[in-house]
Design a protein around this ligand. Structure first.
Ligand code: GLN
Length: 263
């Protein structure tokens, strides 16, 4: 009888301990999960858009203005930034599906995209220009693209703008590099793409082509954030403001766009 009582008491005590331990464990797990969630921001870009995002085989991390900026923003917000490479036309779907938290990819802020995502404050002023063969004297301005064959990156503002040109034959390709290759091979008459990317491409020694000064649009780049996360939008805007005030933004800008670098 006595033994039974002791056994009963022991079992009860053991059960209580297990339950308590279980609760404690679960709570700890939940805390850790919350902490981890806060600590990492999953960013993505289409990593073929130098000097904003590109791969340098000699370096482990993705390079470029956007890449430095998102890392600096993460540092300012006290979070770790993980960056993945997703094709440009897959970026907004990935954000909407919740697979990533932000897009940083030289993405132009526009009304069509605002229906699907939130944008940070503008962080870079850009616009579209065109590139043609160096010996092409027929195409001088955008109006000359009428009836011509023009390569653009799929899903971009260039694709949307070129489509408006009368009788144009639009060739939509995966990356700006492929567009430039097609131009060099003589398969298209022109490439329309973002001005800083066109200029960088040519400054890096891609010869036989020239960038024309005519600007089709003026566009601002923004960081895209899931519609359900206005808190993150606020945090990013506050961090961006801070980096502009403390000179960090300027440092990154000069690293990629100083006159010295362009040569
Ligand atoms: N700025 C252009 C856009 O938003 C192109 C961006 C890109 O190709 N990475 O459509």
């Amino acid at each position: 009888m006595k033994l039974k009582k002791i056994l009963c008491a022991l079992t009860a005590a053991f059960m209580a301990m297990t339950i308590l331990a279980g609760c404690g464990g679960e709570k700890k797990e939940a805390d850790n999960k919350a902490k981890n969630e806060m600590k990492v921001i999953r960013a993505a870009g289409s990593i073929d858009f130098a000097p904003f995002e590109f791969q340098d085989e000699t370096k482990k991390e993705y390079q470029g203005f956007d890449m430095d900026l998102i890392r600096a923003l993460g540092k300012e917000m006290g979070v770790k930034v993980e960056i993945s490479n997703i094709a440009f036309d897959g970026l907004i779907p990935a954000l909407e599906a919740g697979n990533i938290d932000v897009i940083i990819s030289g993405m132009t802020i526009n009304d069509a995209r605002k229906k699907k995502v939130l944008f940070s404050d503008p962080y870079y002023e850009s616009g579209l220009t065109m590139v043609v063969a160096a010996n092409n004297n027929n195409i001088k301005a955008f109006k000359d693209l009428e009836g011509k064959k023009v390569a653009v990156q799929i899903g971009t503002t260039s694709a949307a703008e070129v489509r408006k040109i009368k009788d144009v034959k639009i060739v939509e390709l995966d990356t700006p590099s492929i567009c430039f290759m097609e131009l060099k091979a003589g398969n298209v008459d022109a490439v329309v793409n973002d001005r800083p990317v066109n200029d960088y491409f040519i400054s890096r020694g891609f010869d036989g082509v020239k960038s024309l000064p005519d600007r089709l649009t003026a566009e601002d780049y923004g960081i895209a954030i899931n519609k359900k996360n206005p808190e993150l939008q606020k945090k990013i805007n506050a961090a961006l403001k801070k980096l502009k005030e403390n000179g960090e933004y300027q440092k990154i800008f000069d690293k990629w766009f100083s006159a010295k670098r362009e040569k």
